[in-house]
Design a protein around this ligand. Structure first.
Ligand code: PLP
Length: 393
């Protein structure tokens, strides 16, 4: 099946839909059994998508797990109440006191906080590495390195990683390769074709796609699936069938949404490239983006999220740009149908293994499904406010 056909069909086996188009919402805590034999059977097979107890899931979660596994590949998908929970629990499932992990320096900020504030507490050490390190990651691998964690493109600064190069070196030392695959939505990058063992997504973003549900997924190869699944269960992770229903509904339009986000974002990024206020476009599809060659080699498309660096401005003038936007709203997160804007005047604060060479602010945009020309007008007026604020001093 080709990509768009998969998106329409993923997780819709008759086993879960029983003949209607969408797998229904099945709510449950207690599952009741009619006989000792039935109960024993369910208990023996409780890890295998049979009704056992609400926390192990119902047909709604089984259908969504299947859908994610069909989209990303791998042997199975564990579900979490947020992307952050998926990241922290996937890591915790595979470390013990005395271990070491390698974490990309451009990781999502809460991922870094988890390493610094929780892993340290349980005796797991983290070394941050340059996202562009490639196969030289080998030099950072220690005897006790359990996990090499990637996020590509990197949060805020968008560096694209050499996933297969890093994975190959990691596997030579028996390290587990985990990837935060949220940006690709599991559609534009196929993690298991490039040596990833566990692919994690904040389904909160493009999978849900409508800014109304928090959800995380971790999809694993056969080798790691059972350990991941059982640890997720041991940690009490479970998700609401209503949220999963919305996520599943989100999947159906994922293909067309991503294409439109991509088209709008490329149009706006090309326009920004011509603006005199802009120093650098950090969009994986642009040659100015570090790791662009890996994007060209490994990805089948982009989306609405990218950043750019200004060649002027400070906190006050950027505030002037931000205050007064019509269509772009300020907000954390991304991946919904609406456009978002964030400014970061101190990117260096988020990095420890690599430097940040730019002195002027960075702006991150999530380009939504509005008409791109309306968004360009909005940005034009924002630049006017920026310049006006600078001219007044
Ligand atoms: C948003 C995000 C997360 C966290 O997801 P939540 O559902 O908000 O916890 C993790 N990784 C990346 C790359 C994200 O953008």
């Amino acid at each position: 099946m080709r990509k768009d056909t998969k998106i329409v069909n993923a997780g819709r086996s008759k086993k879960w839909t029983r003949g209607v188009v969408n797998p229904p919402v099945e709510r449950a805590s207690t599952v009741v059994f009619e006989s000792v034999k039935e109960m024993k059977h369910a208990t023996a097979h409780r890890g295998e998508q049979v009704l056992f107890y609400g926390r192990r899931g119902t047909s709604t979660s089984f259908a969504f797990q299947d859908a994610m596994t069909e989209l990303e590949g791998g042997a199975g998908c564990a579900l979490y109440p947020s992307g952050t929970a998926a990241i922290t629990n996937a890591i915790l499932a595979f470390v013990k006191a005395g271990d070491h992990i390698l974490m990309v320096d451009t990781a999502y900020e809460p991922t870094r906080d988890f390493c610094d504030k929780v892993l340290t507490r349980i005796g797991v050490e983290t070394t941050y590495y340059d996202p562009l390190i490639g196969k030289d990651i080998e030099q950072l691998i220690q005897e006790n390195t359990a996990i090499v964690f990637l996020e590509s493109p990197g949060s805020i600064t968008m560096e694209v990683q050499d996933v297969p190069g890093i994975a190959k070196a990691a596997h030579q030392h028996d390290c587990i390769v985990m990837l935060d695959n949220t940006w690709s939505a599991g559609v534009n990058f196929q993690p298991f074709d490039y040596g990833v063992d566990i692919s994690i997504q904040a389904a909160t973003k493009y999978i849900v796609g409508h800014s109304d549900v928090m959800l995380g997924t971790a999809t694993a190869t056969e080798k790691y699936w059972e350990t991941l699944r059982e640890n997720s269960y041991l940690m009490g992770q479970c998700t609401s069938p209503d949220d999963l229903y919305l996520a599943m509904r989100g999947i159906r339009t994922l293909g067309v949404r991503l294409k439109q986000h991509q088209e709008n974002a490329l149009k706006i990024a090309r326009w920004l490239e011509q603006r005199e206020e802009v120093d650098k476009i950090l969009h994986p599809a642009f040659s100015s983006c570090p790791g662009h060659e890996y994007f060209e080699r490994d990805f089948s498309g982009s989306n609405g999220l990218f950043s750019f660096v200004l060649n002027r401005g400070d906190q006050a003038s950027v505030n002037a740009l931000l205050d007064g936007m019509h269509h772009f709203k300020m907000g954390y997160s991304w991946g919904g149908f609406e456009s978002l804007i964030l400014a970061n005047t101190n990117v260096g604060r988020l990095r420890t293994a690599t430097g940040w060479p730019y002195q002027h602010p960075l702006i991150r945009l999530h380009i939504g499904l509005e008409d791109a020309d309306d968004l360009i007008e909005d940005l034009t007026q924002g630049f006017e406010r920026l310049n006006h604020s600078l001219a007044q001093r």
